[in-house]
Design a protein around this ligand. Structure first.
Ligand code: 13P
Length: 243
């Protein structure tokens, strides 16, 4: 069975003053029986990972090399050194703004695994690609190109047009993509592919979480805006635990 996971992506938001919000999420995670992962910006990783409670901590990106002359970058080992156990890779904001390719994402995922981190590999089509009827083909190509040769991964389907827009795909659209991803994971990894968690991301809110979590092959969510406040993130965590 895939693990149920609520993951929060804080992106470039938050300062030391946000640690009380992270503590509130960590406190609630103790009572909610599904895995909660928070991915704050890098400067908060160590403090967040040191807070009491079962909240797991993740980075938002890492370099594919173990160390070296890469000014401004952070390695997977350095994320682990801060107390992170996960890392988001291949987010569409990085694929778009920094031209990250599938093969680079795969190299980063392998680097993460080498340092004991579980990569959360993001995939998703643009609005134009969906309009052209290519959503499934695009997402499957990203999956096969970005996936390391290791079953210890989490997949996040995040249609680009749903991120931060309030737009959410229909239940039928999410179902179609998640079923296709599961089928591809089974082809790649055999029966072990059944245990990989596939998260949905893109405008997940307390108001729509229950409906999204009822979809087969949706094993949780990668949440952006609604993960910044405990009062929004906690109901989503609860909806998943109850699904
Ligand atoms: P929103 O939940 O703000 O749409 O962001 C989703 C996302 O990009 C998470 O990685």
């Amino acid at each position: 069975m895939p693990q149920k996971i609520t993951a929060g992506n804080w992106k470039m938001n938050g300062t030391q003053a946000s640690l009380s919000e992270i503590q509130a999420i960590a406190d609630a995670a103790a009572d909610i029986h599904s895995l909660a992962i928070l991915c704050p910006p890098a400067h908060l990783l160590h403090r967040a990972a040191s807070l009491p409670g079962p909240l797991a901590i993740g980075g938002q990106n890492c370099h594919h090399a173990p160390s070296g002359a890469f000014t401004g970058d952070i390695s997977a080992a350095q994320l682990a050194d801060c107390g992170a156990s996960y890392v988001i890779l291949g987010h569409s904001e990085r694929r778009e703004a920094y031209g990250e390719s599938d093969s680079l994402v795969r190299d980063k995922a392998q680097a993460a695994l080498n340092s004991g981190l579980t990569p959360i590999i993001c995939l998703g089509e643009s609005q134009d690609q969906r309009a052209e009827g290519r959503a499934i083909a695009v997402v499957l190509a990203q999956l096969t190109g970005s996936l390391p040769d290791d079953v210890q991964v989490i997949i996040a389907y995040e249609p680009i047009w749903a991120i931060g827009t309030g737009l959410v795909p229909s239940v039928a659209e999410i179902t179609e993509v998640h079923n296709a991803l599961r089928a591809q994971l089974l082809t790649t990894f055999g029966a072990a592919g059944q245990n990989i968690s596939i998260l949905y991301g893109g405008s997940v809110k307390p108001s729509n979480a229950k409906e999204i979590f009822a979809i087969p092959n949706v094993n949780g969510a990668l949440v952006g805006g609604a993960s910044l406040k405990a009062e929004d993130f906690l109901p989503i965590m609860r909806s998943l635990a109850e699904s």
